[in-house]
Design a protein around this ligand. Structure first.
Ligand SMILES: Cc1cc2nc3c(=O)[nH]c(=O)nc-3n(C[C@H](O)[C@H](O)[C@H](O)COP(=O)(O)OP(=O)(O)OC[C@H]3O[C@@H](n4cnc5c(N)ncnc54)[C@H](O)[C@@H]3O)c2cc1C
Length: 409
C-alpha cells in the first residue's frame, strides 16, 4: 500500500487509506495515533547527570532534547551546520501579508498535540489554528481536472483531522517553545564531520577542524545526512545500523510559492505521481489575506523530473505552463512574476523532505538503538509513536533524551 507523506494530498488520495488508518492497528498515524503517545514524556520528569552532552543539529528534535537538558541544569552544547536553527522549519516573511512556512506547514494531528509537545496538560490550546477542512479540491491526471465532492472532503477531514497555524508558523512554535530557551548553547556554522567514540570520552570534529569533547552524543541530523555518510563514525557503524539507515525512505523535494493577481484555483489540486507527492495548494486558505499565493509541494518522482529542468526559473516556467493547461491560460494571465523557491532535496544539510517509512517499525527501532550507551539517535525519521513530521521529531527528541539520561544513572 502506498502511504503518501505530509501534504494534504491525502485529502484526495487517501479517503480509503484513511479509513484503514483508523480501523487497522498497523496503520494508525497522526491524529489517529494520538493514543499511542506516552502519558509521561521527558517534560514530566526530573533528571540528574553530571557529564556533558553534545547535540548535533538544531532542528525541532535537537532543540526539544536540549530544552530538557536546560531545564535540568545538565551541561550540553548544540552543534549546528548552518547559520540558523529550525532545520526543516523555515519562515518566509514579506512575501504575503501572513508569515509562511516554506518547510513543515500542516499540523497533521489533533490541536492538543501542541500542548503535549510543550509539556502542558489539557486540551485547551493557546495557539490560534485553522482547521484544514477543504472547501474545494481537484485531481489532475495530466490531462483532465476532476473535482472532488465536498462530501468526500468532509469525510476525509472527519477521518484525519489536520490544522494550520492561523497567523503563525511551525517555525514560530518551535522558536518560541524550544529555541528561545536553548539558543545560547547553539554553535552555528559547525557541520560535524566525525564522531570518535572509541575512547571513554567522545570526540566530535567539525568541518572547521574544531574538536569538541563530550560524554554522550545525540545525533539529530536528517536520515538523508546519515545516508550520505557525511559524518564518519569511529568505530564504524555496524551493518545492522547501516541497513536501517538505508531502508528508511526519505524522498527528495521542494516547495514553491507563486503569487497571482486573481484566484483561479481551488484549495487543493492533487496531481498524479509515481512516488511521493505533487500538490498545489492555496497558501492563503483561511488566512484572511488579500494575496493569492499558490503553493506547490513536490516530492519524490515529480521533484526529480522538475530538477532535470536545471534551474528554479525553468521550474517556475514549467509550473505556469502546467497550470495554464489545467486552467485555460489563467496562470500566465494572473502570474505577478513573484515566487519563493525552497529546495530541501539539494540542501546539503537536509538532503530531502521527510521519512515515509512510518510503519517500518523494525528499521525505526534499529535506527534508534544507541551505540555503547554513548551515541544516541533522534529526529523525524526516528518517530516511534506514528506522529509524523514535527510532532514525531519532537517526541523522538524527548524519548531519546529520556533514554540517554535514564541509561546514565
Ligand atoms: C517541504 C517539507 C514539508 C514538510 N511538511 C510537513 C508538515 O506539513 N507537517 C509536519 O509535521 N512535518 C512536515 N515536514 C517534516 C518536518 O519538517 C520534519 O519531520 C521535522 O522538521 C524534522 O525535524 P528534525 O529535528 O528531526 O530534523 P531537521 O529539522 O532536519 O534538523 C536537523 C538539523 O541538523 C542540522 N545538520 C545536518 N547535518 C549536520 C551536521 N553534519 N552537523 C551539524 N548539524 C547538522 C541541520 O542543518 C538541521 O538544522 C516537512 C518537511 C519538508 C522538507
Amino acid at each position: 500500500m502506498k502511504i503518501k507523506g505530509f501534504s494534504s494530498l491525502k485529502h484526495i488520495i487517501l479517503p480509503i487509506i484513511s479509513l484503514l488508518l483508523i480501523s487497522c492497528n498497523g496503520y494508525e498515524f497522526g491524529p489517529n495515533a494520538f493514543h499511542k503517545l506516552p502519558k509521561e514524556t521527558a517534560t514530566d520528569k526530573n533528571y540528574k547527570y553530571s557529564g556533558r552532552i553534545i547535540i548535533i543539529g538544531a532542528g525541532a528534535s535537537g532543540l526539544a532534547s536540549a530544552k530538557i537538558l536546560e531545564e535540568n541544569n545538565i551541561d550540553y552544547q548544540i552543534l549546528e551546520a548552518t547559520d540558523r536553527f529550525g532545520g526543516r522549519l523555515k519562515k518566509i516573511e514579506g512575501f504575503a501579508d501572513f508569515p509562511m512556512d516554506i518547510g513543515a506547514e500542516w499540523i497533521h494531528n489533533k490541536p492538543e498535540i501542541l500542548n503535549k509537545l510543550k509539556g502542558v496538560k489539557g486540551k485547551e490550546i493557546k495557539e490560534e489554528l485553522i482547521s484544514y477542512r477543504l472547501e474545494s479540491s481537484s485531481l489532475w491526471d495530466g490531462e483532465n481536472l476532476k473535482k472532488v465532492s465536498k462530501k468526500k472532503l468532509d469525510q476525509y477531514f472527519e477521518g484525519f483531522t489536520e490544522y494550520k497555524f492561523k497567523n503563525s508558523t511551525w517555525y514560530d512554535f518551535v522558536a518560541e517553545n524550544f529555541a528561545k530557551k536553548v539558543e545560547h548553547k547553539i554553535k552555528y556554522n559547525s557541520p560535524v564531520i566525525a564522531i570518535d567514540y572509541s575512547k571513554e570520552q567522545i570526540e566530535v570534529t567539525t568541518k572547521n577542524g574544531e574538536k569538541i569533547i563530550g560524554d554522550k552524543v545525540l545525533v539529530t541530523v536528517p536520515v538523508g545526512v546519515l545516508k550520505s555518510k557525511m559524518i564518519e563514525f569511529t568505530p564504524k557503524l555496524d551493518s545492522k545500523k547501516l541497513k536501517a539507515i538505508e531502508s528508511i525512505k526519505y524522498l527528495t523535494g521542494f516547495k514553491l510559492a507563486l503569487k497571482f493577481s486573481d484566484k483561479f484555483y481551488p484549495n487543493v489540486i492533487s496531481c498524479k505521481t509515481k512516488e511521493g507527492d505533487k500538490e498545489f495548494y492555496d497558501y492563503s486558505f483561511k488566512k484572511d489575506s488579500k494575496y493569492n499565493i499558490l503553493g506547490l509541494l513536490s516530492t519524490g518522482s515529480s521533484a526529480e523530473d522538475y530538477y532535470k529542468l536545471g534551474s528554479k526559473e525553468a521550474i517556475v516556467k514549467n509550473v505556469i505552463n502546467e497550470l495554464d493547461k489545467m486552467f485555460n491560460g489563467s496562470a500566465s494571465k494572473y502570474y505577478t512574476g513573484d515566487f519563493v523557491y525552497q529546495d530541501w532535496g539539494n540542501h546539503q544539510y537536509t538532503k530531502g523532505t521527510w521519512s515515509t517509512s512510518f510503519f517500518d517499525k523494525s528499521s525505526i527501532i534499529e535506527l534508534n538503538r544507541p551505540i555503547d550507551k554513548k551515541v544516541y539517535f533522534a529526529g523525524g525519521a526516528n518517530d516511534l509513536y506514528n506522529q509524523g513530521g514535527v510532532p514525531g521529531a519532537i517526541m523522538s527528541g524527548y524519548y531519546t533524551i529520556d533514554r540517554l539520561l535514564s541509561e546514565s544513572k
